[in-house]
Design a binder for this molecule. Sequence first.
Ligand code: ADP
Length: 455
Amino acid sequence: MTIRNRISGQFTLIVASILIGFSLLIYLVSATYRREEFYERLKSKARTTVRFLVEVNEVDQDLLRIIDRNTLTAMIDEKVLILDDNNKLVYSSVDDYPVRYKPDLLDAVRREREIETTNGDNELVGILYEANGKRLVVLASAYDRFGQSKLENLYLTLVWGLLGGIGLTIGLGFFFAGQSLQPIGHINRQVQTITARNLRQRLDEGPRQDEIDQLAVNFNAVLQRLEQAFEQQRSFVSHASHELRTPLAALKSEIQLGLRRPLSAERHTEILQNLLSDTDRLIALSNSLLLLARTLENLEAVTMTSVRLDDVFFAAQEELLTAHPRYAVSFQYDQVPETETDMVALGNESLLVRVVLNLLDNACKYAADQRASVRIGKNAQQVWLSVTDAGIGLSTDEQKHIFEPFYRAPGAIKFGGFGIGLAVCQRIMEPHRGRISVESEPGIGSTFTMLLPRS
Ligand code: ADP
């Protein structure tokens, strides 16, 4: 079912329910009013007749019958019967009327003094009249032709009005739903033309006022992010293949060199050593790429716990010094922790160790003295760990790019590395709602600071 049909269907259902409700109410109120009014007329007729008969001596039954039939207010099929306590007919407004009523009707009148009921199509009232020691039951019945025909008229008017109203509601609902949904159709047609190849395309955002314009704005924002992600992916693949090609090309030329004969034993050893170091580089690169892929894989679903930043540091330091025994790392607190929970952040310990290890490794790698000094501190909202070195440093321009995958500052080329570590670190910061800031000066050194919200 299309949204257009659903909206117009629901709209019609609501309006039809309201119309039907109102019509029913009007009809029922009118019908009740007619009935009550007619019963009142019957009662007053019954009272007048019995009073005439009992209280006015000059009036005999025949005269009363003549008066009854000729009053202006006479009703259709009007009958008045008066019965005494022994259920004997004392007066009947019609001569040839076969008196038909249920005996328990008379008992009911005597019991309740006044009843309102129906007799076939006619309305009937019964009243108990007591005066001068007499107890008479007066039954008056008549057919309310005028009231019934007015009610019938009202019924037809309401039915036709209802049908017309519902028909009009369906038409208008369908028309206006179509009008309101037109921009969605427009967006739909535009979206259909967007493929992975033309992610640059954007939707018309209109005057940005209603929900549909907002949808287009949000969709465009998603497209923008998708385009960026695609772009990153593309540049990652091209960088990775470039990085792989260089050592592979070196390997190939070393092998070709080794195949040339005759070669001295020393030359052979030298070639094999080059082969070994190029292979090592390839292995290191594949490891870095694998690490990048694994880290980025389920980054959004990592489990977070309360993690002490000093524990993170000690774990990273141990791993670093095992791999590079010549590196040296000094450590101090900005403020000595007063409680166990002082330097605690909410995070994933093994990912945070990876970040600190990378910062320590870079600091020692890019500094001639292979030393890094670490400080840990906190304020009301954050805990931080900063790694300072007296290494090659970075210009302001270089600092802007160091978190891009595969970027390496020109001064770093002579050191080992692939430009992947900091990109991974920055991605790890995202689920932690933390960040890495850098202060650096070429030739003087750098300070990389990891900031995390306190747990
Ligand atoms: P890698 O160190 O393997 O090249 P990273 O992603 O860790 O990759 O770092 C990216 C770049 O940032 C490095 O190539 C280097 O140019 C620069 N860099 C990172 N840390 C430092 C540092 N402590 N001192 C100077 N430059 C650094």
